[in-house]
Write a protein that binds this ligand. Structure first.
Ligand SMILES: *Cc1c(COP(=O)(O)O)cnc(C)c1O
Length: 427
């Protein structure tokens, strides 16, 4: 597969090169210039791991063999993505049954496999910013992997204590930096790192954000798994709502649709950080300062995957009418968690944002799916506050919660970050 840099189309790379590089020149995102033809019916009849391997092999092309891709997928996708019914015509695609209880395990774990192939045994340092779940997924996916150092930046005090414990307690090859600032500042620091060519070269730095194409490809697979679980007579009526921050998840769903998966339309749901819904209405791209919300993994004012949505539109692979956008404010988020609980489904703020947006959009006869991006226990405090009832911790979280966090505090200052990175060279 050929991918090209969206900003600098002349820069063309293979899949493994794109995985290795993360970003292209001028911080451009890599994106395929053409797409494979898939036999959708045949794919929907397969079990998840086999189907995902077939999809990823078709996307990657000849650079890896079917056996190699099959092995990578079998190692990465070691947990299910069940469709949990909430009402007769609405269900939740539960993407939180992986080791860190969030959907980012899918992308993170496949990326770890892809990067191992791309590096071919050479040392590498992964630098990534997280608004919550990416950090944990990346940390766990690369934990103790030989030749890999992982550095994770997160906004100090702005993610849930439990979420923080999931990646700051590991130690070993995982370094975590608590940045005095918000997520956009963390993301800006990471971009500065990638702009520093000498540093990137010296430490062989790679990113593991949702900008890495391998993460995006992996995420396409669970949209197929969702539709495969929808009763056949309803498959032509599927509407999917995605709680969105950096819009990687939504982009993956749009790619699935572009590849022929029957999805009537995608609903992009945001919290009050609503740059995209405002842009969709007005045509003006006007990010505002980030606001802290209950669905904090979506507190992103400048979503970094959006250019890929524009690329799909420009390629004619999707139409504007395939996308609906919806902003769900804090009161409505709380209401969403409560309504779901009344229906017998315990959820958390991110999924609740998607649920509320789905409810607004869904017409008679349609079948709605909202994505459950995190286990409710990851947002224990918020959920307990909203529902007024205690929530039990799954075992993996309870173990982490009892451990000591090991992160280092730094200001939002590139010079300080650079010093921390250079210390790792000694390891
Ligand atoms: C990352 C995250 C999101 C947002 O996903 P994007 O791909 O960045 O849009 C939503 N919910 C949870 C729980 C997340 O961790």
């Amino acid at each position: 597969m050929q991918l090209s840099n969206i900003k600098v189309p002349a820069e063309q790379v293979s899949f493994l090169q794109a995985v290795r590089q993360g970003l292209g020149q001028q911080q451009g995102l890599f994106f395929p210039t053409s797409w494979p033809k898939l036999d959708i019916e045949a794919l929907l009849a397969m079990p998840m791991v086999e189907r995902s391997a077939a999809i990823l092999k078709a996307l990657i092309g000849d650079e890896l063999s079917a056996a190699e891709v099959g092995e990578m997928v079998a190692k990465a996708f070691t947990f299910a993505a069940p469709l949990a019914p909430v009402t007769d015509d609405i269900s939740c695609l539960e993407l939180f049954h992986g080791p860190t209880l969030a959907f980012k395990d899918f992308g993170g774990r496949f990326m770890a496999q892809a990067l191992a192939k791309a590096q071919g045994g050479r040392k590498t340092t992964i630098v990534t910013a997280t608004s919550g779940d990416t950090g944990a997924a990346v940390a766990h996916a690369f934990y103790k992997q030989p030749g890999v150092q992982v550095v994770i930046l997160f906004p100090k005090g702005k993610i849930s204590p439990l979420q923080e414990k999931l990646f700051t307690t590991l130690g070993e090859n995982i370094t975590t930096l608590a940045v005095e600032g918000d997520f956009d500042q963390c993301q800006a620091l990471v971009k500065q790192v990638f702009d520093h060519k000498a540093l990137v070269e010296k430490l062989s730095i790679n990113s593991a954000n949702s900008i890495n194409i391998s993460r995006l490809f992996a995420q396409i697979c669970y949209y197929f798994e969702a539709v495969a679980q929808v009763p056949a007579e309803k498959r032509s009526q599927v509407v999917i709502a995605v709680p969105s921050g950096n819009f990687g998840n939504l982009t993956a769903g749009l790619i699935a649709k572009a590849l022929g998966l029957p999805i009537k339309r995608m609903v992009a749901a945001t919290n009050v950080n609503d740059t995209v819904p405002r842009y969709w209405r007005s045509g003006q791209w006007q990010p505002k300062p980030t606001v802290a919300t209950l669905s904090n993994a979506m507190d992103v004012a400048a979503p970094n995957n959006w250019p890929r949505v524009e690329a799909l539109l420009a390629q004619g692979m999707i139409a504007r009418s395939d996308i609906e956008t919806s902003m769900v404010d804090e009161d409505d988020t709380v209401l969403g968690v409560r309504l779901l609980s009344q229906l017998g489904y315990v959820s958390e703020p991110h999924a609740a944002v998607a649920y509320k947006a789905l409810k607004r959009s869904l017409q008679d006869g349609e079948y709605g799916i909202f994505l459950g991006t995190a286990h409710p226990a990851k947002f224990k405090e918020q959920v307990e506050n909203i529902l007024g009832t205690p929530l039990a911790l799954p075992e993996a979280l309870a173990r982490c919660a009892a451990e000591q966090g090991l992160s280092i505090d730094i200001p939002a200052d590139f010079a300080v970050l650079q010093q921390e990175l250079l210390k790792l060279e000694q390891r």
